[in-house]
Write a protein that binds this ligand. Structure first.
Ligand code: GDP
Ligand code: IMO
Ligand code: MG
Length: 420
């Protein structure tokens, strides 16, 4: 059975760790969305491997694919590839010919727009990902097939870049010193290096899915989905499980859908966050959980687990099971809370609002649970966990109506309890 892994909150749920874990039992790992605004950390024997574009199955030497739904910053990807090759690992990667390339002007546009938004900033990482998707969707994009074709690359950059330059200079008032020729020279060099990785991912999958196990790695999280997330405080791409079909070029079919759920909630950047904590408990989660962005190094906002969010995520993604991560971070808290409803004025709802202004008015209604003080980071089986910890886990399972397959109790690959 093929599996798709998705984040069920606002990203950084620990997807990288879960993908690494499951990659061991799969043959192929496919990254199907997002760009280098994603950051996934895999920890093996105390060594940290931060990844933003390479599928998190790289450490197992699996066949790796980057599908058309992702966007690639070639400099970043080449650095990641070189890192693993430098360590003597084989990087068996194929990138779809149709994958769009993040260009330097996408970054300039991203930075200029964020500045212009003032206090309405999305909190973008300013890596140009949103603009790359804009060009992709509006057919101005440069695909990998163009990057590796000198003549087409030159033509595309020289016909499109002047209008982008005008936009940045005349609309946003920034001086652009970059020239079309400089961009061509740099990106042509990336094309030459990436050429050997180009292929037809859709075709590879059509052949391989017959008798191999494929793991589809989703970046970001459900609430960052460009349509169903907390728009406009989202990314510019779909992050929910169904996106895997058009993004990889495979037909709709039954897949196992594993939702990754952090045992509390975090978010980076702007936008409403009903269960956010502004007190010492939030700081405790932030410090103990090391809640700093892998890419941006920004502090992540922290709050209680939110069942209203998770039920919406279950509805959108069709979870067949969930992996609960970072449970160890809650150790030492006397009381734990889970938001079970939202109050808007004097009305209560269990449905995640469709409107951002309504979400901003929601006050969570909490259910309390006793905490635990025992160190759980060395626990190897479910029965090693303290009773109150098991009650917390089983309550999540019961409220969500989805079985928990994995509980993660530390960053390391081995800090894990498999349940089913
Ligand atoms: P992703 O974006 O969903 O892949 O998540 P990130 O890698 O950006 O953020 C999760 C962070 O938590 C990383 O630094 C992981 O090494 C770490 N992590 C993952 N699982 C656990 C866990 O169970 N406990 C602890 N303490 N850290 C974890
Ligand atoms: P992973 O895969 C957490 C957030 C950014 C910002 C908003 C838009 O590591 O879970 P963009 O750069 O797309 O314009 O940013 O989305 N964001 C993430 N937050 N984890 C991520 O990915 C994120 N990817 C984007 O912080 O608020
Ligand atoms: Mg991350």
């Amino acid at each position: 059975m093929h599996t798709v892994i998705v984040g069920s909150q606002w990203g950084d749920e620990g997807k990288g760790k879960i993908v690494d874990l499951l990659a061991a039992k799969n043959d192929i790992v496919v990254r199907f969305n997002g760009g280098n605004n994603a950051g996934h950390t895999v920890v093996v024997a105390n060594e940290k491997f931060p990844l933003s574009l390479l599928p998190s199955g790289v450490l197992w030497q699996k066949k790796l694919l980057i599908a058309q739904g992702a966007v690639v910053a070639p400099d970043v990807l080449l650095r990641e590839i070189d890192f693993f090759i430098g360590r003597g690992l084989k990087v068996g990667l194929t990138i779809d010919f149709r994958t769009n390339i993040v260009m330097p002007y996408h970054k300039l546009l991203d930075a200029a727009t964020e500045e212009a938004k003032g206090d309405k900033k999305v909190g973008s990482l300013k890596l140009g990902i949103g603009y790359c998707y804009e060009d992709r969707n509006n057919r101005h994009g440069i695909r990998l097939e163009d990057l590796i074709n000198k003549k087409i690359l030159k033509e595309k950059i020289s016909s499109y870049f002047p209008s982008v330059k005008k936009r940045i200079e005349k609309v946003f008032g920034y001086k652009v010193s970059l020239t079309a020729n400089e961009i061509f020279t740099e990106y042509n060099m990336y094309g030459l290096k990436l050429k050997k990785y180009a292929g037809d991912v859709s075709l590879i999958l059509a052949k391989e899915m017959k008798d191999k196990n494929v793991l589809f790695e989703g970046a970001h999280g459900t609430f960052l989905d460009g349509n169903f997330g907390t728009y406009p405080f989202t990314t510019a791409v779909n992050t929910i499980s169904g996106a895997v079909f058009p993004y990889c070029g495979i037909p709709p079919q039954k897949l196992k859908v594993t939702g990754v759920v952090k045992a509390y909630t975090t978010r980076v950047g702007g936008g409403p966050f009903p269960a956010e904590l502004f007190d010492s408990t939030g700081e405790y989660m932030q410090e103990k959980g090391g809640e700093f962005g892998t890419v941006s190094k920004r502090r992540r906002r922290c709050g209680w687990l939110d069942m209203v969010m998770l039920l919406y995520a279950r509805r959108l993604n069709g979870f067949t099971d969930i992996a609960v991560t970072k449970l160890d971070v809650l150790t030492g808290l006397k009381k734990l809370k889970i938001a079970v409803k939202y109050k808007i004025g004097n009305k209560e709802t269990e449905d995640f609002p469709t409107s951002l202004s309504q979400l901003g008015m929601c006050k969570p209604v909490y259910k309390e649970f006793p905490g635990w003080k025992e160190d759980i980071s060395k626990a190897k089986k479910y029965s090693d966990l303290p009773k109150t910890c098991r009650v917390y886990i089983e309550s999540i399972e019961k409220m969500l109506g989805v079985p928990i397959s994995i509980v993660s109790v530390g960053a390391d690959r081995n800090s894990v309890i498999k349940i089913h």
